[in-house]
Design a protein around this ligand. Structure first.
Ligand code: ATP
Ligand code: ZN
Length: 299
């Protein structure tokens, strides 16, 4: 591995993952100077630079040591890992952590009139996909023998063109499937954007930079859904309130001057604090409920 004192992160140049990736890095305190060729962005706040590329190139760039980390869909990362393994190559990149955006699933779908209603019906059929390795591994695991038709794009029209009986493609809302008269049958892989990195640890300054980045990402991602919840309540309502605050940190309780039967409660909730939950808390005796977004968190 080459020695470098700056960390280089590859992200998608344009597509579904580019804006959320840039936004996440900005929230982690990274800022960049845009270059004219739009390939390379120089890191200003930290020695961490950006490389803007096609998402499919990211695993290979990490394997070749051209970049150190990458933001890429788990679907792309796993597909290329299986491809390397099939070619007898050593693993070179790995998933370091989920990033909480770009969520979708790789799923099997078929025309409603294809007679494919369950996984078992796929035996002997042709399935079109851009993810042959993931599909092959999944079929193998289930002991199903089917023919894989590899297509690089527009997989959803393959059944209508007579190229395949079913498809294995990325689905989020399912609108594309409906528009193509396809019915979803089974999920092959749940995927989302992940931070990818090399299998081998960095042997220089990059190790510390990567650690710093991971710590900050941890902070940003926990904060994203966290809310500070404040209220006052009678002490005897606490057991019920704590039950309603199930996903919260251990609350800080403060006594209120001159009102020994009441207590002030402060806690951080990790999940959605819905109106329903607030109304339940009010019913349980809470007063002056306040839900405040959390800006930063450092554990
Ligand atoms: P590139 O030009 O970089 O190769 P692309 O066309 O391969 O772009 P996008 O369509 O932007 O890529 O998708 C990038 C990633 O976004 C996918 O690999 C997947 O992980 C994620 N994704 C999230 N939702 C969806 C969806 N509904 N369809 C396709 N991909 C999705
Ligand atoms: Zn791509």
């Amino acid at each position: 591995m080459t020695t470098r004192d700056r960390l280089r992160i590859a992200i998608q140049k344009s597509g579904r993952l580019s804006e959320p990736a840039r936004d996440l890095l900005a929230r982690a305190g990274l800022s960049f100077r845009e270059s004219r060729d739009r390939l390379f962005c120089y890191g200003q706040s930290l020695p961490i630079d950006l490389l803007l590329v096609r998402d499919d190139d990211i695993p290979g760039l990490i394997a070749d040591g051209v970049c150190d980390l990458g933001v890429v869909g788990r679907n792309v990362l796993r597909e290329q890992a299986l491809e390397r393994a099939a070619a007898g190559k050593q693993p070179a990149f790995t998933e370091l952590r989920e990033l909480g955006f770009g969520g979708c699933r790789l799923a099997i779908a078929a025309p409603s009139d294809a007679g494919i209603d369950a996984i078992g019906d796929l035996a002997g059929r042709r399935i079109a996909t851009s993810y042959p390795q993931l599909l092959r591994a999944w079929l193998q695991g289930l002991g199903i023998n089917a023919q894989i038709v590899v297509l690089s794009g527009s997989v959803e029209i393959a059944p209508r063109l007579g190229q395949a009986d079913a498809i294995c493609d990325l689905v989020s809302s399912g609108a594309t499937l409906v528009a193509n008269q396809l019915r979803e049958i089974e999920t092959v892989l749940e995927t989302q954007a992940v931070l990818a990195g090399p299998v081998l640890a960095f042997g220089d300054e990059r190790a510390e930079l990567a650690e710093l980045l991971l710590r900050r990402l941890q902070g940003v991602l926990t904060v994203r859904d966290s809310k500070l919840v404040l209220m006052q309540a009678p002490r005897d309502a606490l057991p019920e309130l704590l039950r309603l605050l199930g996903d919260a940190d251990v609350p800080t309780l403060t006594s209120i001057e001159g009102r020994s039967e009441d207590v002030s409660v402060q806690t951080v909730c990790r999940g959605a604090v819905t109106w329903q939950r607030l109304e339940d808390m009010k019913k349980a005796g809470a007063r002056g409920l306040l839900v405040v977004p959390v800006e930063r968190m450092l554990a």
